[in-house]
Ligand binder design. Structure first.
Ligand SMILES: [Zn+2]
Length: 218
């Protein structure tokens, strides 16, 4: 991996994507200004007391390094693998790394639990009808936060805190395999999703990083 810009306390998984396409000697004055600003945020002399820095501000600095290190390019809006992945928002699942996917290859739809909601069906309808995806891969995972709550309990908690009972379904679950099958069937039975012959479901183990397929009867 390229040694510049130097890693710092703000280094993250995204650093692994930085290539050596550009070095400081090839940067414009404007880029050098931004780079100095970015570096001063991360590598300048330490004050006696560090000011609070928002995480988003750190990520903006990461993005400056990321963008400067890559050549400009334009990929087709239609995913090249004609694939849509629906999965949980869990922070331990790096979908692109776990599946060996690259930019421009697949749609990735995420929510709490990887649940097939009306909004996920909306996105799949657009993905297939307008952007030519054909396969749907559903990925739930072990140790999901949605297994640690109940629909009634969380609904009551929300109502007590806000005075309003939410209109949306909570969609908690206890058995991950059962929920994967439920998700497969929801996609297969949706009239808005035209290509339903290649819908497959999996459980990702957050400790071993392996996928296990869950079969669902038609
Ligand atoms: Zn989860």
């Amino acid at each position: 991996m390229c040694a510049w810009p130097s890693s710092s306390s703000t280094s993250s998984a995204s650093d692994s994507r930085i290539s050596c396409a550009r070095t400081p000697s090839t940067l414009t004055e404007a880029e050098m200004f931004h780079t100095r600003r970015a570096r001063s945020r991360t590598t300048g002399p330490l004050p006696v007391r560090l000011p609070a820095v928002d995480t988003i501000d750190q990520l903006l600095t990461n993005n400056e390094r990321f963008a400067y290190s890559l050549a400009e390019r334009h990929l087709d809006v239609k995913p090249s693998r004609q694939l849509a992945v629906v999965t949980c928002m869990d922070s331990r699942l790096d979908v692109f790394a776990a599946l060996g996917l690259g930019d421009g290859e697949a749609h990735v739809l995420r929510n709490a639990g990887g649940v097939i909601t009306d909004d996920v069906i909306r996105s799949l309808a657009i993905s297939q009808r307008l952007l030519e995806t054909r396969e749907v891969m559903l990925i739930h995972h072990t140790d999901c936060g949605m297994q640690k709550i109940s629909d009634d309990g969380f609904r009551a908690e929300l109502q007590e805190a806000t005075g309003v009972s939410p209109a949306f379904a909570i969609e908690s679950f206890s058995d991950v395999d059962v929920d994967v099958r439920q998700s497969i069937l929801r996609v297969r039975r949706s009239p808005f999703v035209p290509h339903r012959e290649a819908v497959r479901g999996f459980v990702y183990d957050v400790d071993t990083h392996r996928l296990r397929e869950v079969e669902a009867p038609d």
